[in-house]
Design a protein around this ligand. Structure first.
Ligand SMILES: [Zn+2]
Length: 160
């Protein structure tokens, strides 16, 4: 339930389908050719406002882009957010799990990963990955990980 989303810190994945090809500039990182398919972006929100404030930010189009994802948001639709209030910073583990899911590719190396050693925090799939498959992989990799929930774009709209 969307209304359960609150200001606690946590980790999230944005599910971002794109319906046509276009090119977007991603700050100083370079250009990204957006292809029809599904982009998955992983981040964490451990500061004030937690997951709720961050998802609220991602639900709108930034007038002055700050993060790499702000540029991609203009060329893709936010369909779903998968999130967890696990208090440990899990974004790099989540990125690694998405990287190993069938059909994953890295559309632009370094995207969202300026401050870590992950190849990227953005993955591309021709078809949207399944939440149950992600949860299963997460349980195997990190048996003590907290619960992962999902909120749809409609639910997010009610939050902000
Ligand atoms: Zn990382």
């Amino acid at each position: 339930m969307a209304l359960e989303m609150n200001a606690r810190p946590g980790t999230y994945a944005l599910i971002l389908p794109a319906d046509r090809q276009r090119t977007v500039r991603v700050g100083r990182l370079g250009r990204l050719t957006v292809e029809p398919g599904c982009y998955v972006y992983v981040g964490s929100a451990l500061g004030p406002g937690g997951v709720r404030a961050r998802v609220g930010h991602h639900s709108r189009l930034a007038t002055r882009p700050h993060w790499h994802i702000d540029y991609l948001r203009r060329a893709a639709t936010l369909r779903d957010v998968w999130y967890s209030y696990d208090s440990v910073r899990r974004e790099h583990a989540w990125a690694d799990i998405f990287a190993r899911m069938p059909g994953a590719s890295i559309p632009l190396p370094g995207f969202g990963a300026s401050d870590c050693t992950c190849p990227a925090h953005l993955y591309f799939f021709s078809r949207q990955p399944r939440l149950d498959s992600f949860r299963r992989r997460l349980r195997v990799a990190l048996p003590n990980h907290g619960r992962v929930d999902r909120v749809s774009a409609k639910g997010i709209a009610r939050l902000v």
